[in-house]
Design a protein around this ligand. Structure first.
Ligand code: MG
Length: 307
């Protein structure tokens, strides 16, 4: 399907909403993750008071980059990530991310800083957590996703596993968008097929292959990881598997994601991205949406033109 820039941005914004609600509530409830289903009443939170974290902050930067340019320019994105960090550094950024972004903000070059992180580049889950809006924007051009997702990832996550994680999540989001209106079972098969077809050979892809046919979310988390290591390898396979299991049910997707523990905000951000890509923003429970801190951007208008 051919879409205008505004239509692509609109889909991207929907996914950003699903990402950020998962991120904010996942973080807020992470300390009680084992009993998250008992905490379904969010009336204790005042509207707009549940803060989003670095997952949303960086996804916002990607959305703005696409709104402005219609594609990812790694140099521009690196500088924008650094500026966002300098404006609001208290969003839970990891230690290496803080170091890289501070050095870029001080005039450093991401092409030197990112590959040297941890000796061979970071394979953290930070590139996967923020990429959902990019997957939605390029949903109708899925062949471009590996290149665009890699361009968004490598400024901070240069290791092939960090990049593979971002590509896999972006592919899942794109395929979910393109499967809207289909029955959930068809959507799920399409997501698995496209993710395994276009994700580069990697530990991320290997673990996805291993868990595809599993049935229980606790078992899958034990098998492939729950994000406790903060790596792409131990985060992305479970998130894609669980998003597929709950592709038309944001509430169940969130509960089952958070209750396995691990990196709760990032896991819920990734799962929220994929589920909202299929179910739309109307699938996010209204009371959950209401308590999240408001986003500093608005849905797209015709004035949002790519350069
Ligand atoms: Mg976070």
């Amino acid at each position: 399907m051919t879409r205008t820039h505004e239509q692509r941005l609109g889909l991207s914004f929907e996914v950003l909403e699903g990402l950020s609600v998962g991120d904010a509530l996942g973080e807020a409830l992470s300390y009680n993750h084992y009993r998250v289903r008992d905490l379904d009443d969010f009336s204790a939170f005042k509207p707009g008071t549940v803060r989003y974290t670095d997952d949303t902050a960086m996804a916002l930067v990607i959305w703005r980059a696409l709104a402005m340019h219609g594609s990812i320019d790694s140099d521009q994105l690196a500088n924008s990530f650094a500026m966002e960090y300098l404006v609001s550094p208290d969003r839970g950024y990891g230690r290496m991310a803080r170091r890289i972004l501070e050095e870029i903000g001080a005039g450093g070059n991401w092409e030197q800083l990112s590959p040297s992180a941890f000796g061979s580049g970071s394979f953290g889950n930070g590139a996967a957590m923020r990429v959902g809006p990019l997957g939605a924007y390029f949903a109708s051009d899925i062949e471009s996703i590996p290149e665009q997702a890699a361009a968004s990832a490598r400024v901070t996550h240069f290791h092939p596993e960090g990049i593979a994680g971002a590509i896999a999540v972006a592919l899942a989001v794109a395929t979910a968008v393109e499967s809207r209106g289909m029955d959930p079972t068809t959507c799920i098969e399409r997501i698995w097929d496209s993710v395994l077809a276009l994700t580069p050979e990697s530990e991320v892809r290997k673990r996805l292959t291993e868990c595809r046919g599993e049935l229980d979310h606790f078992s899958v988390a034990r098998m492939v990881g729950n994000g406790a290591e903060i790596s792409a390898q131990d985060t992305v396979p479970f998130c894609i598997w669980n998003a597929c299991r709950c592709i038309d049910d944001y509430r169940e997707a969130f509960f089952s994601t958070v209750e396995v523990g691990g990196d709760c905000d990032t896991n819920a951000a990734i799962v929220g991205s994929i589920v909202t890509a299929f179910s739309g923003v109307s699938g996010i429970p209204e009371d959950w949406h209401r308590v999240r801190e408001s986003l500093p951007i608005s849905p797209p208008t015709k004035s949002d033109k790519p350069c």
